[in-house]
Design a protein around this ligand. Structure first.
Ligand SMILES: C[S@@+](CC[C@H](N)C(=O)[O-])C[C@H]1O[C@@H](n2cnc3c(N)ncnc32)[C@H](O)[C@@H]1O
Length: 337
């Protein structure tokens, strides 16, 4: 088996620069899928005019957004700037969704900095014509920060609705078997317990999801080079619960193209956006690779493996650290996925 993953592209900007030459989109371009009508656009999500052009007469039943969280040291802006920027892309989203639609937003909370930006984002959302519906927590397997604190293992997912959108309860079951007996109730003069009364063999998804494996390099769905990939299972759960086959789903922060692929598999159309041509290209290639091979990612290879066969030869210097330098490099070896 070959082993030729790409390193994280945020840590190796020179590799990202090499890949730019292999991208079919540049700023402002839109790729239209000839098979199912998906679109991938290289745009700034906060530019409402570009988003309106992308949407044309189409309106989405569901938006699933996973913006940068303002947590990575060398990408952070001031909180005010981050919220002002968020206001712009949420505003663009409102122009792109139908009157009965759902909006899901993944967002982080920095526990070392007053949990920013999550609470400020929640307050900002009150300006928009949407209702808060749920605050979902997804449990990660790997955590951090255990020395003098509770291990941080959660990801936050906000669920808003506009109007009265579809919510498909049948799709909302996990694959965790029901095991707990009890909760006795008399039905028709007979004493029954909960397992007899329930229709499903598995537990219904609540607003704490503990059954979703984080993406890591051993999984087939891993897209090497990406550093913020969401699990297909989480996106699939959202899509099945909050849209119908044939509906349009939007995602303005495509990255590894997870929403695009999950939409294809669930037979929804997807318009997705990324400001970076490399992530637009990875998203398109992930869809094409799935159609050709049935595989959902590149466990041991990468999206550009036909053009860049020996990524290891690009291993010219250690990874950037969180300050955007490689000052700490001598103390540790380079980070590879
Ligand atoms: C957290 S990642 C999204 C991960 C994605 N959900 C997945 O599963 O792969 C955020 C992405 O947003 C993109 N991005 C950052 N600023 C943007 C902007 N203003 N407009 C569009 N995309 C942007 C980044 O290039 C990055 O790929």
């Amino acid at each position: 088996m070959h082993n030729n993953p790409l390193p994280r592209l945020d840590k190796y900007p020179e590799i990202r620069t090499q890949l730019l030459g292999l991208c079919r989109l540049k700023q402002g371009d839109i790729w239209v899928d000839p098979v199912f009508g998906h679109k991938v656009a290289c745009m700034d999500a906060s530019d409402t005019a570009s988003i309106i052009a992308l949407m044309g007469d189409d309106r989405a039943a569901l938006a699933i957004h996973d913006p940068p969280y303002n947590l990575v040291a060398f990408e952070t802006r001031s909180l005010d700037e981050y919220i002002a920027w968020s206001r712009q892309w949420v505003s663009a989203t409102i122009s792109a969704i139908s009157l009965d639609s759902s909006l899901y937003v993944w967002l982080g909370a920095d526990q070392q900095n007053h949990f920013q930006p999550l609470p400020d984002f929640m307050v900002m959302m009150r300006e928009f014509p949407v209702q808060a519906r749920s605050f979902i927590t997804v449990r990660n397997q790997r955590g951090y920060g255990t020395q003098k604190n509770w291990m941080a293992v959660r990801q936050e997912l906000l669920y808003y609705v506009r109007g009265n959108p579809v919510f498909n309860v049948e799709a909302e079951y996990t694959d965790i078997p029901k095991t707990l007996r009890g909760y006795y109730k008399d039905v028709g003069g007979e004493r029954t317990e909960n397992l007899e009364r329930s229709k499903a063999e598995t537990i219904r998804a609540g607003n704490v999801w503990i059954d979703i494996q984080q993406v890591f390099y051993r999984l087939e769905e891993n897209v090497s080079g990406c550093y913020a990939q969401k699990p297909l299972k989480a996106i699939d759960r959202i899509i099945k619960a909050s849209s119908k086959p044939g509906d349009l789903v939007i995602d303005f922060f495509a990255h590894a193209g997870t929403t695009l692929l999950a939409a294809e598999i669930a037979e929804r159309r997807c318009f997705t956006v990324d400001i970076d041509p490399v992530f637009c290209e990875i998203s398109i290639r992930r869809l094409e690779h799935y159609r050709q091979t049935g595989r959902t990612g590149w466990q041991n290879g990468h999206a550009f493996e036909h053009e860049l066969q020996h990524v290891n030869s690009y291993r010219t210097r250690p990874a950037l650290d969180k300050n955007g330098t490689n000052d700490g490099a001598k103390k540790r070896s380079a980070v590879w996925q």
